[in-house]
Design a protein. Structure first.
Lengths: 437, 479, 126
């Protein structure tokens, strides 16, 4: 039997007979005959072993790089074994959204713990249960800030290009006016920001560390924006927050970002994990599912999905977002990652990212790959590339190294705790060699 | 049970990383985090127990029957999990050169081809991450189409039946559309008279699921899509209920121009407690130019990602969507094949009709029309008679180890319970579930007071949702 | 079901009180709050917003539903009862004390009901 149907055909025939029917077709008499489909042309069902072989062949058509210096929105970090096993537990895997609280306390508590983790990291008051990814989180935040008299969004051009692109799509669809602020020397000029702010601006979306890995001076952005009555949406990297001042400390109103660095694999781009947190004053405007604490009939502490009247299944066309699913399993994995690393472990990851990126930047500079921008950076940086990026990257690829990403004629490099000194030295040596040819 | 933060003790933990092997780089003081970082400090053994305890306090498809209407809680094959965990997929960076990611691109390409055949569409994007995200994307494409034709200002309305999922009107509104609600008729189908008078030059499109949320097949579907097309609008198919009709009738043949699929419903990928899902969007040729970028193309040098598409609505999320969900869904469809796909839908409809008959001989079914893959009970009579509500019956089912059906939806049925058994359940499971329902109906009449107190066997009792919403506590309160 | 004799009413179950300063206050009736059940949140308009009789100007949330509240009169919002934002249960406790907004330059439509008329309307509705 195909389709993972547990019953033999003869059992199904008995069931049909109980319904007074003689064949499967009788179940579909409501479907007009002229609409019935011709038999599908795709191959017939395959055994488990055949499917495994096909999929393994696809896997072999990919190249796995032992060494990776590429980030640009997706980061390779070490995930402790326990973090991976927790999210593979089959009950978590096969549960639906925890609408029935009495039998869903595990999933609900896990999300409540995730919400707390995100609040701690971001310095915000409230977090939702996660959204699709960092880019949609930023776009949803813009929508959340929209007010009748203040609609316009100012968006930093040096956000991740996917974040920019998704934010633009969402703004266009919802007829939200927006302007993209150009960067100079990798950063957006504060004077330009001041100039663009007026009484029609609802929010400023700023990413820090930005696409080039540099810090944007968010405290000052907040001061300037707040003085003009606009809100600040900070897009960030949760790993960096272990050692870098949090969006909350820097005055942001909403913190969003991609939480894939919290132990989720690269996975060719997904599933990833968008986090979204805000100040208490904005609580009721936050989209997506939210878990809250309450008590049951016996007075025992328990958890439920709460403030549901914000959401589409109740508010329908008046909801601010149609979002329904979150990325619960990814949130669980991130939460288990945070717990297994602990605050010290997380600081260690962040510091090693910082140290290794700075070591790599210095070594590259020594062999003629100068940094293009001067500002402080976290674990990514853009260098010039005298021989041309393609030539360098191809040479690295041939040596089993995924180099940085070709960006604006240079290379955007990334280091994490996974890169050893020896790897960095080897990468630098190859870069030097190509430059000398 | 304690929160992980309540189990934390300073100094506990397990080392995961070697010491740093490059020189320490001092950071400017102004950049440093000053706020405390009270994340859990806990040893690995305790951590393992914490999550095992949380798992015990959760209910998944592998724990028992899960007839949650509209959610298609079918069995999630283990093979698919095995494959999705392969390093050959997990270690691939989304910005790797295309020539080094041919396996990933090949998977997307093959999945697109197979899903196009099942749905009667010409192209598919896997970028949307969930059903509602797919709806948002699809309606954005419809709007882009009208913009391209210079009709956006004229076409401001999306028609949606009153029985639709809440995501439908919300997704239409997210694209700036006015929602025109179409009432259902006494047969549970779209009221054709109301529909005919609503369609016109202002119509941008219609959003429908078929079978609809009552589990009834819209017999007039060809006329509906025809009316919309004649008026210059487009037809959107919400794929939430596709599990009823795979290999039987496809959305393309019904006249739909654009659809979304819930890979986490129809195509067996696990729901993960609320995600990640995948809301793949398929469309007919006329809408292909508007698909989100990039799309995967096959060239003589292999698969490539195509970005240069001037009419595209842009991106709706980073990279290419929830890739590992697509991997699982492809495994599923290869396992089923042309024969299995049809058998799955037949099995789903058979199981639904069987269970419908076994529960009080169909007495409480809200609409007497034949059911497809799900059916809706309306318990308003029972409530009047006994005071027992749909909620009470749902809570009673918990004590039988059964996840309750979807409650209070669709909104047009009072005291609704929406039951979708799926094809992966045995007859014994259906018989036992029917017995549980029937026992609870008897109890409603004989011991209503007792049933108000259900559930009795779960880790916690009914929660105080009013208090949770009035005075929200949304994170652990540190001392 | 409590009905206060000195207020005007609508068939949508809102009440209006003419205050001595020439302004008016608006709220929902005891019947409305009991039908809506335990309220958990309220969305109120902003000071300065114009009200148009019959149009939705606020909404109230229970755990599983949201309901529009319609303006019984025309005018301009001059104050909102912010206490309700923190304690929506005040509406359930005493719906006639829990005013939603104060309205200046109120204009009263002719189809407002007296207390007796509203009581009769409720009986009719059953």
């Amino acid at each position: 039997m195909g389709g993972y149907i547990p019953m033999a055909r003869c059992e199904q025939e008995e069931m049909l007979a109980e319904l007074g029917l003689s064949k499967m077709e009788d179940l579909f008499t409501e479907v007009p005959k002229e609409l019935l489909a011709a038999p599908l042309e795709m191959p017939k069902g395959k055994s488990e072993y055949e499917v495994r072989r096909i999929m393994e062949d696809f896997g072999r058509d990919n190249k796995i790089f032992k060494t990776c210096f590429r980030g640009a929105g997706a980061y390779r970090h070490y995930a402790p074994a326990i973090a991976k096993h927790v999210s593979a537990k089959e009950t978590f895997l096969t549960a639906y959204t925890p609408y029935q609280a009495e039998i869903s306390q595990g999933g609900l508590q896990a999300i409540f713990e995730f919400q707390t983790d995100i609040c701690v990291l971001t310095g915000m008051d409230i977090s939702n249960a996660s959204v699709y990814d960092g880019a949609t989180a930023a776009a949803e935040a813009i929508v959340m800030c929209r007010e009748r008299k203040r609609e316009k969004a100012l968006i930093y051009s040096n956000c991740n290009p996917d974040t920019l692109s998704v934010a633009e799509t969402y703004c266009k669809c919802q007829d939200i006016p927006y302007e993209i602020l150009p960067a100079k020397d990798g950063l957006v000029d504060k004077e330009l920001l001041k100039e663009k702010l007026d009484e029609t601006v609802s929010c400023v979306l700023v990413q820090s560390p930005n696409y080039y890995g540099m810090f944007e001076g968010v405290e000052e952005v907040s001061e300037i924006a707040h003085a003009a009555g606009a809100k600040v949406i900070h897009s960030g990297n949760p790993i960096a927050m272990a050692i870098i001042n949090s969006p909350g400390e820097m005055g942001a109103d909403i913190a969003v970002g991609e939480a894939q660095p919290l132990g989720l694999s690269l996975a060719y781009g997904g599933p990833y994990l968008g986090y979204m947190a805000c100040r208490e004053a904005l609580m009721r405007r936050l989209p997506g599912r939210i878990v809250g604490q309450t008590v049951d009939e016996n007075g025992e502490r328990c958890f439920v999905l709460t403030m549901q009247a914000r959401e589409q299944h109740i508010r329908r066309e008046k909801a601010s977002s149609s979002i329904c699913s979150n990325q619960a399993l990814c949130a669980l994995a991130a939460s288990a990652y945070i717990a297994s690393m602990g605050p010290e472990g997380l600081r260690c990851v962040a510091q090693q990212c910082y140290d290794k990126a700075h070591y790599a930047a210095q070594r590259l500079e020594e062999v003629g790959y100068k940094r293009r921008h001067q500002g402080e950076f976290f674990h990514e940086f853009l260098t010039e590339c005298p021989p041309g990026p393609e030539q360098v990257l191809q040479k690295l690829e041939a040596e089993g190294i995924l180099g940085g990403l070709a960006v604006d004629g240079g290379i955007l490099w990334c280091c994490t705790e996974m890169n050893t000194r020896a790897e960095i030295n080897r990468m630098v040596a190859i870069c030097e060699e190509v430059a000398l040819i | 049970m304690k929160l992980i933060f309540e189990k934390s003790k300073p100094g506990r933990g397990t080392a995961m990383l070697p010491p740093c092997d490059v020189p320490f780089a001092e950071m400017d003081e102004s950049l440093k985090r000053k706020a405390p970082l009270p994340l859990p400090e806990i040893g690995e053994g305790e951590l393992a127990r914490h999550y095992s305890e949380l798992e015990r306090r959760t209910h998944g498809v592998n724990n028992g029957f899960y007839p949650l209407g509209s959610c298609t809680m079918k069995y999630n094959p283990h093979l698919n999990e095995d494959i999705a965990m392969m390093v050959g997929f997990n270690r691939i960076h989304p910005l790797q050169p295309e020539r080094t990611a041919q396996g990933c691109l090949g998977i997307i390409h093959l999945a697109e081809k197979l899903y196009c055949e099942i749905t009667g569409m010409d192209a598919i994007t896997f970028q949307p991450s969930a059903g509602a995200h797919g709806e948002f994307t699809g309606i954005a494409m419809i709007r882009a189409y009208h913009q391209k034709n210079g009709e956006d200002e004229q076409r401001r309305e999306i028609l949606i039946p009153d029985a639709a999922h809440g995501t439908n009107p919300a997704s239409a509104a997210m694209n700036g559309y006015k929602v025109v609600t179409i009432p259902s008729g006494p047969d549970g189908c779209t009221n054709m008279e109301a529909f005919r008078s609503a369609v016109g030059p202002k119509t941008a499109g219609v959003m429908l699921t078929n079978p609809n949320t009552l589990g009834i097949f819209e017999k007039n579907i060809a006329e509906i899509t025809d009316l919309v097309h004649t008026a210059g609008g487009l037809c959107y198919y919400d794929g939430a209920n596709l599990n009823a009709v795979m290999g039987i009738v496809n959305p393309g043949a019904m006249g739909f121009d654009i659809i979304h699929l819930n890979l986490h419903k129809t195509f067996s990928t696990p729901h993960g407690g609320g995600g990640p899902g995948s809301g793949a969007v398929g469309c007919k040729e006329i809408l292909r130019p508007f698909l989100p970028v990039p799309i995967v193309s096959e060239t003589k040098n292999g698969y490539t990602l195509e970005y240069n598409r001037p009419d595209s609505i842009g991106k709706v999320r980073s990279f290419y969507g929830n890739f590992l969900v697509v991997v699982r869904a492809l495994c599923y469809i290869l396992s089923l094949g042309s024969d299995g796909v049809k058998e799955a839908s037949e099995g789903a409809v058979l199981n639904a009709n069987y269970l419908r008959k076994k529960i009080a001989d169909g007495k409480y079914v809200a609409y007497k029309e034949p059911s497809m893959h799900e059916f809706v009970l309306g318990l308003s009579e029972l409530k009047k008679e006994t005071g027992i509500s749909a909620l009470d019956i749902a809570k009673g089912l918990l004590d039988y180890g059964i996840h309750p059906p979807t409650m209070y939806f669709p909104l047009i049925v009072e005291e609704a319970l929406m039951v979708e058994p799926t094809e992966t359940e045995t007859r014994e499971t259906l018989d036992e579930a029917a017995e549980a329902f029937n026992t609870l109906f008897r109890m409603a009449k004989e011991e209503p007071e007792k049933l108000h107190g259900a559930p009795f066997t779960t880790p916690v009792k009914r929660p105080d949702e009013v208090e949770a919403a009035r005075h929200p506590i949304l994170r652990y309160q540190f001392d | 079901m409590q009905i206060k004799s000195d207020l005007s009413y609508t068939k949508n179950h809102e009440w209006v009180e003419k205050t001595s300063d020439g302004k008016a206050k608006i709220g929902i009736t005891d019947y409305a709050q009991s039908e809506l059940g335990d309220l958990v949140f309220i969305n109120l308009p902003q000071v300065g917003d114009a009200l148009s009789a019959g149009d939705a100007f606020a909404d109230v949330e229970s755990v599983k539903a949201v309901s529009d509240i319609h303006a019984p009169i025309n005018g301009t919002v001059s104050a909102v009862n912010e206490a309700l934002l923190d304690e929506p249960e005040l509406i359930n406790q005493d719906s006639y004390a829990a005013w939603f907004v104060q309205v200046e330059q109120p204009d009263f439509p002719s189809d407002l009901l007296s207390a007796a008329e509203y009581e009769a309307f409720l009986k009719e509705e059953g």
